[in-house]
Design a binder for this molecule. Structure first.
Ligand code: KG4
Ligand code: ZN
Length: 347
């Protein structure tokens, strides 16, 4: 079965062709970050307009790369939510129109389901059940995943998302938008340089006894440091390192606690912050001490992409998502709860 995946929930236009027997055949991504960088954050109306410009050429490109045509398609999966309403509508309308013209099923996929299934595209892949740590620009959640569509929320952020905290801290340090990767590079360089300047930042909610997170206090603590010290390259590096250490420690320890609570031994990390090198090495090390294994998507599938949507759609179709839900209805959900994704449930 050949599935076209379409992702347009935020500032990346992602498309992919996934075949249930042959795997991922082709994929393409256009990132709008440069355009939004000028404004210091995503401008929703500009995002929608750019998706309109990019989507059809990208779809043509992946069909050409795979040596296939629209006639070869068996189904279309698009990101139905959560995300920016106008941006989601672009993907939804193209998916619905193509599905109608080709008379094939169209599935609306939950963006976070795409993220949390994305490590299954790697080899070796985890098997159900597992704990998933979703760390993106908009979400920070720990989920217990017992099967496709079986997602139980263990805890989530009570304020900023982890990626948002990286981005806001990076902005305070003058690193531009989106600053997560730049902040991480600066922190890693500083660690390697072996300099002795060090700052300590709080570990919010580390001992709260639940699986919730809070990152806005950490950002405020960074602001206090920024206001107190002269911003030499050394100070900026030390602050970046202190922030990354604090955020990574909280994410790591809560994930380990979630493994202990559920008795599971596989942790799946998904979402943009999953690309963070220190997070990966800390998680690998700590998981190793309790005999657990951590799975990550390939780096290119950590951030938003079409492959994870095509893959989630293919899994749903193969799991017998009922005919009634393959309607190709023109539907988006700008806000959407991941726990309402059981196979066959009408959301
Ligand atoms: O999953 P994603 O592409 O988009 C959302 O669905 O939100 O995640 C983007 C987020 C941004 O906040 C970005 O700064 C962060 O992931 N990010 C990182 C790194 N790479 C991306 N944060 C920390 N370290 C990184 N290496
Ligand atoms: Zn995302």
């Amino acid at each position: 079965m050949l599935v076209l995946g379409i992702e347009t929930s935020c500032d990346e236009t992602g498309v992919a062709l996934y075949h249930t027997r042959q795997g991922l055949l082709s994929h393409a991504l256009y990132s709008q970050t440069e355009m939004h960088g000028e404004y210091g954050g995503v401008v929703p109306e500009l995002a929608s307009r750019d998706h309109i410009r990019r989507l059809l050429p990208l779809i043509r490109q992946i069909f050409a790369e795979a040596g296939l045509t629209l006639r070869d398609l068996d189904a279309i999966a698009y990101t139905r939510g959560p995300g920016l309403a106008g941006a989601l509508l672009v993907g939804a309308s193209v998916a619905a129109a193509l599905g109608f013209a080709l008379k094939i099923p169209v599935l609306g996929i939950h963006h976070l389901e795409g993220h949390l299934l994305s490590p299954l595209l790697s080899d070796p892949a985890p098997a159900f059940p597992f704990v998933a740590l979703l760390v993106s620009g908009g979400h920070t959640q720990l989920m217990e995943v017992t099967g496709l569509g079986q997602y139980r929320l263990l805890g989530e952020t009570v304020d900023d998302a982890a990626g948002e905290a990286f981005d806001k801290t990076a902005k305070l340090l003058g690193l531009g938008y989106p600053g997560g990767p730049a902040l991480s590079r600066l922190a890693d360089e500083f660690s390697r340089s072996g300099q002795s300047v060090r700052f300590e930042l709080p570990r919010p909610m580390l001992h709260s006894g639940d699986f919730n997170f809070s990152f806005s206090g950490l950002k405020t603590a960074v602001l206090t440091l920024v206001n107190k010290h002269e911003m030499t390259p050394q100070t900026r590096g030390a602050i970046a390192q202190a922030f990354q250490e604090a955020a990574v420690e909280v994410l790591t320890e809560k994930s380990l606690a979630a493994l202990a609570k559920t008795g599971l031994t596989q942790l799946v990390v998904a979402g943009g912050v999953g690309a963070n090198r220190q997070l990966r090495s800390n998680l690998d090390y700590r998981a190793g001490t309790i005999g657990a294994t951590v799975y990550y998507p390939k780096l290119e599938f950590c951030t938003d992409n079409g492959a994870m949507i095509a893959f989630a759609g293919a899994m749903r179709l193969e799991s017998g998502e009922p005919e009634s839900l393959r309607l190709g209805k023109f539907t988006i959900n700008a806000r959407w709860d991941l726990e309402m994704q059981e196979i066959g449930r009408e959301a």
